[in-house]
Design a protein around this ligand. Structure first.
Ligand SMILES: Cc1cc2nc3c(=O)[nH]c(=O)nc-3n(C[C@H](O)[C@H](O)[C@H](O)COP(=O)(O)O)c2cc1C
Length: 382
């Protein structure tokens, strides 16, 4: 596909994706909460970090492999959980999972994904993690965990930064609200994207398959606006609730959405295995710190005892190196592979990973780091 071969970076994939899918859906993927200060801050923090590359290191061969929970990943990278991706392209979850498998990295399936826990495990396999939203129905929550465990998912990522939905104003402006109602504005926008319309006519509007039987949430992806996510969360969920999850879930337990060292310490105390320093890609609390800025204190507090991951704003391979140097064991990429899959399906998702991993390997060579353990804090100019 010519457009894909002319996509040299993630921003190129973003532009192709924007041209292909309706504006309301693109904005739901691309946007953040309120003034999008945190969304921009995540990027700005990466851009602010300056590196001090080591000279004259023999980098003819570099080893990009990372151990995550004692299991090797080809890169210190995983795909972040994202709901409603099938709204932009049918089968997008499967395409992302297949691309992750091809690149030897973990894939995280979201609770509001458009492909079920079982289908991803059966049709793709690979290294799978499951993201749990704290839905306000404890039985349903438990069933999701049981299903993920039975299907062989290695880790559970409990997302804790959505006691309510963030205020995502692009969704409101585009009439992309829940429940979805066709309006002049959003319908006109949909019909302007014929490739997308044909996909939807052929395949039908995808459902959030994991939520079948969850009465409080419409499973239609067109109802994916931020409001619907927040409305069905259990806002009373706290550390006690997390302890109960720990008692039930036998696999690796991570919490996604930590920005404070004291919270990381509490997680350690209740027997968590890891955390994702995350502000939900700037989609929740606008004004929350950039994740790269929050990372060092957390890594300092618990980095030797918990697996510390980071997400938010990863758009270049060198970002993976910067996050490693500041104490993360690996990063999760959300929108980067999402733009790839929206641009061109599975080949697009692979292209996104090819770009990120290629840039990462090149950055290791240019910085004089032969293994990921050589990506150390002294590479950063303080
Ligand atoms: C379209 C979209 C949907 C998302 N859905 C979920 C979700 O269902 N559960 C969750 O924990 N995080 C969700 N997130 C947040 C991501 O997991 C991740 O924290 C964030 O995208 C990372 O920032 P990045 O997109 O800049 O890489 C979503 C993000 C996007 C862009």
């Amino acid at each position: 596909m010519t457009s894909l071969s002319r996509a040299f970076n993630i921003e190129d994939l973003r532009r192709i994706a924007r041209a292909r899918i309706p504006r309301a859906i693109f904005d739901f993927y691309d946007g953040g909460a309120e003034d999008e200060v945190t969304l921009r801050a995540n990027r700005a923090a990466f851009e602010r970090v300056q590196l001090l590359p080591r000279a004259l290191v023999n980098v003819a061969e570099v080893d990009t492999r990372a151990a995550l929970f004692g299991v090797e990943s080809r890169f210190p990278l995983a795909i972040a959980p994202m709901g409603a991706v099938g709204a932009g392209r049918p089968g997008a979850d499967l395409s992302l999972a297949r691309a992750a498998k091809a690149y030897g990295i973990p894939y995280t399936l979201a609770t509001p994904a458009t492909t079920s826990i079982e289908r991803v495990a059966n049709e793709v396999g690979g290294r799978l993690w499951f993201q749990l939203y704290v839905l306000n129905d404890a039985d349903f929550r438990r069933k999701l965990m049981e299903r993920a465990h039975a299907a062989g998912y290695e880790a559970l990522l409990v997302t804790v930064d959505v006691p309510v939905g963030g205020k995502r104003e692009r969704d409101s402006r585009n009439d992309f609200t829940a429940p979805f109602r066709p309006t002049w504005r959003n319908s006109r926008d949909f019909w302007r994207k014929p490739a997308w319309v044909i996909d939807m006519l052929r395949n039908g509007i995808p459902r959030m398959e994991n939520l079948d039987g969850f009465v409080q949430w419409s499973t239609r992806v067109t109802d994916a606006g931020a409001a619907s996510v927040g409305r069905s969360q259990d806002a009373s969920f706290d550390w006690e609730g997390l302890k109960r999850v720990r008692d039930i879930w036998p696999g690796k337990l991570l919490v996604k959405g930590i920005e404070r060292a004291d919270d990381a310490e509490r997680l350690l105390a209740i027997g968590g295995d890891g955390l994702v320093v995350s502000n939900h890609g700037g989609r929740q609390l606008d004004g929350a710190a950039a994740t790269l800025d929050a990372l060092p204190a957390i890594a300092h507090a618990v980095g030797s005892r918990l697996t510390v991951l980071l997400d938010g704003g990863v758009r270049r391979g060198v970002d993976i190196l910067k996050a490693r140097a500041l104490g993360a064991q690996a990063v999760l990429a959300g929108r980067a592979p999402l733009f790839g899959v929206m641009a061109a399906g599975e080949p697009g998702a692979r292209r996104a990973l090819e770009i990120l991993t290629g840039e990462f390997e090149r950055a290791m060579k240019l910085a004089g780091a032969r293994t990921i353990t050589e990506i150390t804090p002294d590479l950063i100019r303080h």
